[in-house]
Design a protein around this ligand. Structure first.
Ligand code: SF4
Length: 187
């Protein structure tokens, strides 16, 4: 699988709160976010999971949020079959040791990997260091995923896109960790 190289653009560390310096100009740091958390109906069942946290609304009003949906960006339709990781988590999918399957056993790994690459490229274009992605998703989760048997049981593991972002030093938070993300932004 081809991996997108991190751009050579030099960007300084945060100087205060969430401001950074790029090319001598003070800019507001952007945050990558799952589009379903913004209320967009991009989930497999064509529903959303809008996040009503006031900080998300505040960041959105500031124009700081960069929306993404790795599964849509990978070319999958909406609605689409549910998918779970089989044989490992997102790290294992990146290393071809696990697959993304739907309940019929159809392998969607290639689309999930395409989507992860597209999200990484988007994040790098905006010099993103932090992402707020949907919990428990086979693409976006940063902590738990479904166990691959479509029984509703969660196990420890991360999604495919999160695995690729973390591999490139982008910190991923979920919708239950927004205060932690806010703290990280200010360091
Ligand atoms: Fe939301 Fe991520 Fe699933 Fe897209 S892939 S619907 S952004 S959880």
């Amino acid at each position: 699988m081809s991996r997108v190289a991190r751009p050579a653009t030099k960007i300084s560390r945060s100087i205060s709160n969430s401001w950074r310096i790029k090319g001598g100009i003070r800019i507001t740091e952007k945050i990558l976010i799952s589009r379903c958390l913004l209320g967009e109906r991009v989930r497999y069942d064509a529903q959303s999971k809008a996040c009503a946290h006031p900080l998300v609304r505040h960041w959105q009003a500031q124009g700081r949020l960069i929306g993404c949906c790795p599964e849509v960006m990978g070319g999958l339709p909406t609605p689409r079959p549910a998918a779970e990781l089989s044989g490992g988590d997102g790290i294992s999918v990146l290393n071809s040791r696990a697959r993304v399957l739907d309940p019929s056993g159809v392998d969607h790994s290639a689309a999930f990997l395409r989507g992860a690459e597209a999200v990484l490229e988007l994040a790098q274009c905006h010099a993103i260091r932090f992402a707020l992605l949907k919990a428990n998703s086979p693409s976006c989760s940063n902590r738990e995923i479904y166990d691959g048997r479509f029984t509703g049981k969660l196990v420890t593991g991360i999604g495919v896109t999160t695995a690729l972002l973390q591999e490139h030093d982008i910190q991923v938070f979920n919708e239950h960790q927004i205060d932690g993300l806010n703290t990280a932004l200010q360091q």
